[in-house]
Design a protein around this ligand. Structure first.
Ligand SMILES: [Zn+2]
Ligand SMILES: [Zn+2]
Length: 585
């Protein structure tokens, strides 16, 4: 068996990395890239013993088969496959079986490979961590490699600390240290290793999930999705009707439903077709039987709720219908990936996004939940280190960036302290920040204490509560903003939700005044911070750039003898004093 170029590159990157490092590493390969061949080649080349862990018996069998094709047949340790061999040079095990029988893994291993490694968490009592702890007792130098198509989890973020392209990943709670190789989807399709996806645009109906906003875990609540879908029954009927029509020309159709209730409704509408429903509650034996029937094309439709995202392989699938909202680019691409396997006679896979998720099939993962339905990934170079950041943002019809939501540069820069070692650190440029009143250092807008002097950064709500209890203070809930040229000065008019104005003036006559306006107005009000601001010499030129600015959410005012004085502006505010989102007039 000949490895494809990129599979060989992934193997080479792993060997080169572990020759120099003992830290854990991740390979990112899209679904269908042939992860099991990469695993098999690593098992063949490894001098010491290798343990391969995976979470479903199908992947245990698949990995073992590929290893046997390249080198000596491995031992298999999986209750689901009725085999318990763990004394061979290479062992492929299901994580459940291994965790229940750790004592069977007491001869040292030199390399541990985890397939679908985005499932590993840091929880000490998890099956994965129990196995890691046990294996390290017998070899403290154990090398750990993970493979996945989705190195990002809603809620906890990137699974690795840093990426070999010079980007920081997860600094707080990474499960792995280094991402050492990543292959995007596009070259796989271009070289004919995967079927080209074709986004269908003749939709008869589409759901509107734009009202949904993700919770802190980046997920949508099931009850909210259900209540929205409850009002969209007509759309569901039209969608299923269209799918039945399109399916006449298709071999296999997978439908991703939003909730169990939604899936049941779809099943009822699919009357007279060969369709089956899979949910997390479907008993294992029934699930296996339904998948077997689907692969044999005795069933044409498989409706599922968050079940068929990993470890499922039915190459004949040539229509993917997405009827659920998702805030994750990776999850969207994973659903699409179910239809991209090669199969005889298959020339394309139709992808229909009935939920208007609006992701490009080739979007990079941004690493943050999508903040609103109109956001797209935008590239924002760092003014300090030049790193090309990918953030969520908004673009105009020319693809120019109108706004972005990036906070801190994701670039990795050489450490200033230990320049001789390969220690590296995250670039400290912040696109949006909060300055520490004690030392002036820039902090994340959500930081609770200053990263430089450790002093407590007062929570805006706490500060507002205290101030508003005093007399003569007013909280101006800003709704919109206008700029005008007032005899050469910049006049900024803020309007609150009742239409009351509040004015601020900035003089622009001298160079120091123009520099001051950068700090007091341009920087905090900028929609796309860090992107070079065009030169201006007077107020009317500055007013011409009005669309580049956003109003603050709140302005704290204090009563003076003659009118109100501006105390503080609150941007990116998300607390209890908020009433409605501010927009630009
Ligand atoms: Zn930077
Ligand atoms: Zn400080």
């Amino acid at each position: 068996m000949q490895l494809r170029d990129y599979q060989q590159h992934a193997v080479d990157a792993t060997i080169a990395f572990f020759q120099k490092n003992t830290a854990s590493a991740v390979l990112v390969l899209p679904t269908g890239a042939g992860k099991s061949i990469v695993i098999a080649e690593l098992a063949r080349q490894a001098r010491g013993r290798v343990l391969i862990l995976t979470h479903v018996k199908e992947l245990v069998a698949q990995n073992a088969e590929k290893i046997a094709a390249l080198t000596d047949a491995p031992g298999i340790f999986a209750a689901g496959l009725q085999q318990k061999t763990s004394n061979t040079k290479t062992v492929v095990a299901s994580v459940q079986s291994a965790a229940r029988n750790v004592a069977a893994f007491s001869q040292p291993f030199s390399l541990l490979i985890i397939d679908e490694c985005h499932r590993v968490t840091l929880a000490e009592n998890s099956q994965y961590q129990q196995i890691f702890t046990h294996l390290r007792q017998y070899n403290p130098q154990l090398k750990i490699l993970g493979l996945t198509a989705t190195p990002y989890r809603l809620g906890s973020g990137w699974i690795y600390r840093q990426h070999y392209h010079g980007r920081i990943g997860n600094t707080d709670n990474p499960v792995f240290e280094h991402c050492i190789f990543e292959l995007p989807l596009r070259p796989l399709i271009k070289h004919g290793y995967l079927t080209p996806p074709k986004l269908y645009d003749g939709l008869t109906a589409q759901y509107d999930f734009s009202q949904l906003s993700p919770n802190e875990q980046g997920e949508y609540s099931e009850s909210h999705v259900n209540s929205l879908l409850g009002k969209m029954g007509r759309a569901t009927r039209l969608i299923v009707k269209q799918l039945m029509h399109l399916a006449a020309q298709r071999q296999g159709v997978i439908i991703f439903a939003g909730t169990v209730k939604h899936a049941e409704e779809i099943m009822q509408l699919l009357t007279g077709t060969a369709a089956a429903l899979l949910t997390a509650n479907t008993p294992h034996a029934e699930r296996d039987a339904l998948i077997t029937q689907f692969k044999a094309q005795q069933l044409k439709f498989l409706v599922n709720v968050s079940v068929l995202t990993t470890g499922f392989d039915a190459p004949h699938v040539d229509l993917i219908a997405i009827l659920r909202p998702t805030a994750s680019v990776s999850l969207f691409q994973q659903m699409v990936g179910r239809g991209l396997r090669l199969a005889p006679g298959k020339t394309e896979c139709l992808i229909i996004d009935y939920a208007a998720n609006g992701y490009d099939l080739y979007f990079p993962e941004v690493g943050q939940p999508k903040p609103n339905s109109k956001s797209v990934p935008v590239q924002v170079p760092c003014p300090a280190c030049g790193f090309a950041n990918i953030f969520w943002g908004l673009t105009d019809s020319d693809d120019d960036i109108i706004e972005h939501y990036g906070r801190r540069c994701q670039g990795i820069v050489p450490s200033l302290i230990s320049a001789r070692t390969d220690q590296s650190q995250q670039c400290d440029f912040r696109f949006r920040s909060r300055s520490c009143p004690e030392c002036g250092a820039e902090n994340d807008i959500a930081a609770r204490s200053c990263h430089q002097c450790q002093s407590v950064l007062v929570d805006p709500d706490k500060r507002l509560r205290e101030v508003l209890n005093q007399q003569h203070h007013h909280l101006f809930r800003c709704q919109s903003m206008q700029l005008s040229d007032d005899n050469g000065s910049l006049k900024v008019t803020y309007y609150d939700i009742e239409g009351n104005p509040f004015y601020r003036w900035f003089k622009l006559d001298t160079r120091p005044q123009r520099q001051a306006v950068f700090a007091a107005f341009i920087k905090p009000h900028s929609k796309a911070p860090g992107i070079p601001f065009p030169a201006f010499t007077n107020a009317s030129e500055l007013c011409a750039f009005a669309e580049k600015f956003r109003p603050p959410h709140l302005i704290l005012l204090k009563k003076q003898k003659h009118g109100w004085q501006h105390l503080e502006s609150y941007f990116d505010y998300n607390g209890r004093y908020q009433t409605e989102p501010a927009t630009l007039a």
